[in-house]
Design a protein around this ligand. Structure first.
Ligand code: THU
Length: 136
């Protein structure tokens, strides 16, 4: 899928899928999986705050719960100029996908592409568990 198309879906998710009564700060994410399927999500806030779910994780958990495991591209757009994924979401992206492209978008004409290595260098992932010295 073209970046612009995916960004449009993220913008749509920001505007129509987020639930942000507390911060009023809206974020949208759109994923293209390796099999070509597409999932979107908005951030969801909860009155006790800590259960709040970021847009990226909403979209990723929708995909994973449908059996999809490999993110090809993720477009993210938020109410701040250059809204980057939080640390938790970077780790969740790390779990699902070999080398996903992460698109940080302000509009369909203003975006930059990053690798996971750009955003989460020296990361810990599933294969590191197999390297543990206690693993026999
Ligand atoms: N938020 C996201 O949805 N994604 C991010 O990567 C950054 C933060 C949301 C969480 C919360 O609903 C609001 O933005 C303010 O932190």
């Amino acid at each position: 899928m073209e970046n612009k198309e995916l960004i449009n879906l993220a913008i749509d998710a920001k505007n129509n899928s987020s639930y942000t009564p507390y911060s009023k700060f809206k974020v949208g994410a759109a994923l293209e999986m390796e099999d070509g399927s597409v999932y979107t999500g908005g951030n969801i806030e909860i009155a006790s705050y800590s259960p709040t779910n970021c847009a990226e994780r909403t979209a990723i958990f929708k995909a994973v719960s449908e059996g999809k495991r490999e993110i090809k591209k993720i477009a993210i757009t938020g109410d701040a100029h250059d809204t980057f994924p939080c640390g938790v979401c970077r780790q969740v992206i790390r779990e699902f996908g070999k080398n996903p492209t992460i698109i940080i978008a302000n509009s369909v004409d203003d975006f930059k592409e990053y690798t996971l290595e750009d955003l989460l260098p020296h990361s810990f992932g599933p294969e590191d568990l197999d390297r543990g010295t206690k693993n026999v």
